[in-house]
Design a binder for this molecule. Structure first.
Ligand SMILES: Nc1ncnc2c1ncn2[C@@H]1O[C@H](COP(=O)(O)OP(=O)(O)OP(=O)(O)O)[C@@H](O)[C@H]1O
Ligand SMILES: Cc1cn([C@H]2C[C@H](O)[C@@H](COP(=O)(O)O)O2)c(=O)[nH]c1=O
Length: 219
C-alpha cells in the first residue's frame, strides 16, 4: 500500500538547533517504513545550491534576495519536492517559505504583499490543497536570539545573515511568530531553549501524535 507524501519543514533563527534533529527524525520515519528525502533551502538542487552561495555570500538589495530565494525554491519544488511527494515519500526540509517571510519580510523589512505574490506564483501546484504547496507540518524551533547567538559564537565563519545584529534576529523571530499565529494548525512550536534530549522528545512526539512515527519505546 502506498502512503500519501508528507512535507515537513524545520524553521527557526540561525542557531536554533534545527540541523541537530533533522537526521534523527529522518531515521524515525525510515524505521516506520517510509522513504525520506532530506533537503534544505535555499538549496537542494545543483542550481539552487548555486543560488544559495550567492544569497549567503554576495551583497544585494532585499528584492534581489527575495527573487533569488524564490527562484531557488521553484527549482527545488519542481525537481525534488513535488516528485518526492508524488512518490509518497516524506520530505524533511531545513527551511522553506516561512524563512522568507521571517528573514526578508521581518529581518530586512521587505514588502510582505510582494512576498505573498511570489509565494502564490512559485508554490502553485495542481495537486496541493487550495492549489498552493505548503508543508503539512512546520516544526518551529523557538529560541531567544541571545541564546542562539551564544550557541553560534565562534562556531563558524558567519555568513551574510549570521553576521547581522541582535535587532535583526529579534525581527526575524517576530516574523516566525507572526506566521505561526496566522497558521496555528500547520505550526508546531518547540521550546528550543532546553537540553538536546528534551528538544528531541518534543520533535519526536510532535510527529508521533499525528500517527506518523511510533512513540518512543516505553512512552
Ligand atoms: N538544545 C541545545 N542546547 C545547546 N546547544 C545546542 C542545542 N541544540 C543545538 N545546539 C548547538 O547549537 C549550535 C547550532 O545548532 P544547529 O546547527 O542545529 O542549529 P540550526 O538551527 O541548524 O542553525 P542554522 O540554521 O544557523 O544552520 C550547534 O553548535 C549545536 O551543537
Ligand atoms: C530559505 C531561506 C533562508 N534564508 C537564510 C536563513 C539562514 O540564515 C540562511 C540559510 O542558512 P542555514 O544555515 O542553512 O539555515 O539563509 C533566508 O534569508 N531566506 C530564505 O527564504
Amino acid at each position: 500500500m502506498s502512503s500519501e507524501g508528507l512535507f515537513i519543514s524545520f524553521e527557526g533563527i540561525d542557531g536554533a538547533g534545527k540541523s541537530t534533529h533533522i537526521a534523527g527524525l529522518a531515521d524515525a520515519f525510515r524505521a516506520a517504513g517510509r522513504e525520506v528525502v532530506l533537503t534544505r533551502e535555499p538549496g537542494g538542487t545543483p542550481l539552487a545550491e548555486k543560488l544559495r552561495a550567492l544569497v549567503l555570500g554576495d551583497a544585494m538589495d532585499p528584492l534581489t534576495e527575495s527573487l533569488l530565494v524564490f527562484a531557488a525554491r521553484r527549482d527545488h519544488l519542481v525537481t525534488v519536492i513535488e516528485p518526492a511527494l508524488a512518490r509518497g515519500d516524506v520530505v524533511l526540509c531545513d527551511r522553506f517559505t516561512d524563512a522568507t517571510f521571517a528573514y526578508q519580510g521581518g529581518g530586512r523589512g521587505f514588502d510582505l504583499g510582494v512576498l505573498r505574490q511570489l509565494e502564490t506564483w512559485v508554490q502553485g501546484s495542481p495537486t496541493a490543497p487550495n492549489g498552493l504547496r505548503q508543508p503539512h507540518l512546520t516544526i518551529w524551533f523557538d529560541l531567544p536570539p541571545a541564546v542562539a547567538a551564544e550557541r553560534l559564537a565562534g562556531a563558524r565563519v558567519p555568513d551574510r545573515f549570521e553576521s547581522q545584529p541582535a535587532e535583526f534576529f529579534a525581527r526575524v523571530a517576530q516574523g516566525y511568530a507572526d506566521r505561526a499565529a496566522a497558521e496555528p494548525a500547520r505550526f508546531a512550536r518547540i521550546a528550543a531553549d532546553q537540553p538536546v534530549p528534551a528538544v528531541w522528545q518534543a520533535v519526536r512526539s510532535t510527529c508521533a501524535a499525528r500517527g506518523w512515527i511510533a512513540p518512543e519505546a516505553g512512552a
